[in-house]
Design a protein around this ligand. Structure first.
Ligand code: NAD
Ligand code: MG
Length: 384
């Protein structure tokens, strides 16, 4: 199987290449992409020898092109090259591992081209779920969830008519038990120090606010075609149970593993087979306990904002996602307190009228309007 790894220099990219390299006879790396980190991408090309390498945030540069050529890869530049490799006839499967709205166009291109899409880029489904699902249906593309929760549900989901609900687990992040009055002063490094997972900085902040779980509720709505009231969230601090499916007879089926993204990635890569992932085996007896609790909505207002946007429908989730990206970026740059992330998102949602999200233009317009509004709100906050 020829594999394109979009976002190869990121955390998901590294785990994907690790699994693929352990099964070289089964997976051939066809393309690797990064936004701007040319050196890291070149290093990956030397080990994995893809036919194409893409630097989506760099304009043409002959010296770089030569270096990649020496490593055996043709280097392409600019955003359009992401869509080109994702839909290339020589590629069978696409790991959508770019973070944020920047991953939408290439995820859509892979879905339109009928590829096996390994979906890590949840923001694509949050922004434009109806569109992505429609494209995949029309082209026959296979959308396989990589997000650990959705991958777990996918593994436990059998007869959909008898599914009562799905239960997504959340770790609660680094601030699950921090005294509430201390939340306003937390730093980006504290927010990115996740107790169980090592991930990119944006998703780490999302986990700390629990917006990550909110985005995942919306992602689940599209992947499993369930109404919001049939998608539940429970806090599970150990991150061993990755999610559960409850059936009409009272049975609840769960998927468990050590927290290691190579498990869901290996499952999505090899589906319907199972292959070794490299993850450590689970030692049940060594674990003292697995605990569960309800999310605290005062501490984690972002979760409720995501449910509200999902219920409102149309472009509301697009607006939610864009405002979140702008607010998280400002928080990471030290321009916005942690507790204002939810406020910026709530005010942006209130100020932008919802519209239909059935076409890409409408989605991109809502995304741009939300980015503008959220940016203005952050600047006003700084001036005040
Ligand atoms: P990361 O920050 O580690 O890596 C992001 C990758 O995307 C890098 O290769 C980077 O070069 C590329 N990129 C960044 N901005 C870009 C742009 N504007 N255009 C093109 N490429 C760009 O992120 P990550 O943690 O690997 O997360 C990637 C995606 O997977 C996110 O959508 C995240 O929500 C999802 N996800 C991650 C994990 C995890 O464990 N890391 C788990 C579940 C889901
Ligand atoms: Mg997840």
């Amino acid at each position: 199987m020829n594999l394109a790894v979009l976002g190869a220099t990121g955390s998901i990219g590294a785990s994907t290449l690790d699994v693929a390299a352990a099964h070289r006879g089964r997976f051939r790396v066809f393309a690797l992409t990064a936004h701007a980190s040319a050196d890291a991408l070149l290093e990956l090309c030397r080990s994995h020898r893809p036919r194409y390498a893409v630097l989506s945030g760099v304009s043409e540069n002959a010296a770089l092109e030569r270096k990649f050529k020496e490593a055996g890869s043709e280097l392409l530049f600019g955003r359009a090259a992401l869509e080109r490799v994702a839909s290339d006839a020589g590629c069978d499967a696409v790991m959508a591992g770019i973070v944020g709205a920047a991953g939408l166009a290439s995820t859509l291109a892979a879905a339109r081209a009928g590829k096996r899409v390994l979906l890590a880029n949840k923001e694509a489904l949050v922004m434009a779920g109806a569109l992505v699902m429609r494209m995949a249906r029309e082209s026959g593309a296979q959308l396989l969830p990589v997000d650990s929760e959705h991958n777990a549900v996918f593994q436990c989901f059998s007869d959909r008519r008898t599914v009562l609900k799905i239960i997504l687990t959340a770790s609660g992040g680094p601030f699950r038990s921090l005294p509430l009055e201390k939340l306003a002063a937390v730093t980006p490094d504290q927010a990115c120090a996740h107790p169980n997972w090592v991930m990119g900085r944006k998703i780490s902040v999302d986990s700390a606010t629990m917006m990550n779980k909110g985005l995942e509720v919306i992602e689940a709505r599209w992947l499993f075609d369930l109404a919001p009231e049939r998608i539940e969230v429970v806090i599970h601090p150990q991150s061993i149970v990755h999610s559960l499916v409850e059936y009409v007879d009272g049975s609840v089926i769960a998927q468990l593993s050590n927290p290691d993204m190579r498990v869901p990635i290996a499952y999505a890569l090899a589906h319907p087979d199972r292959i070794a992932s490299g993850a450590r085996a689970l030692d049940l007896a060594a674990m003292k306990s697995l605990s569960f609790e309800r999310p605290d909505h005062e501490r984690f207002p972002c979760l409720q904002l995501a449910y509200a946007a999902l219920r409102a429908g149309g472009t509301a989730p697009t607006v939610l996602n864009a405002a979140n990206e702008i607010a998280v970026e400002a928080f990471l740059a030290g321009r916005l307190p942690f507790t204002s992330i939810a406020r910026v998102i709530a005010e942006t949602l209130e100020s932008i009228p919802g519209s239909d999200a059935g076409n890409l233009d409408a989605v991109m317009q809502a995304d741009a309007a939300a980015r503008r509004k959220a940016g203005e709100r952050i600047l006003r906050g700084q001036a005040a």
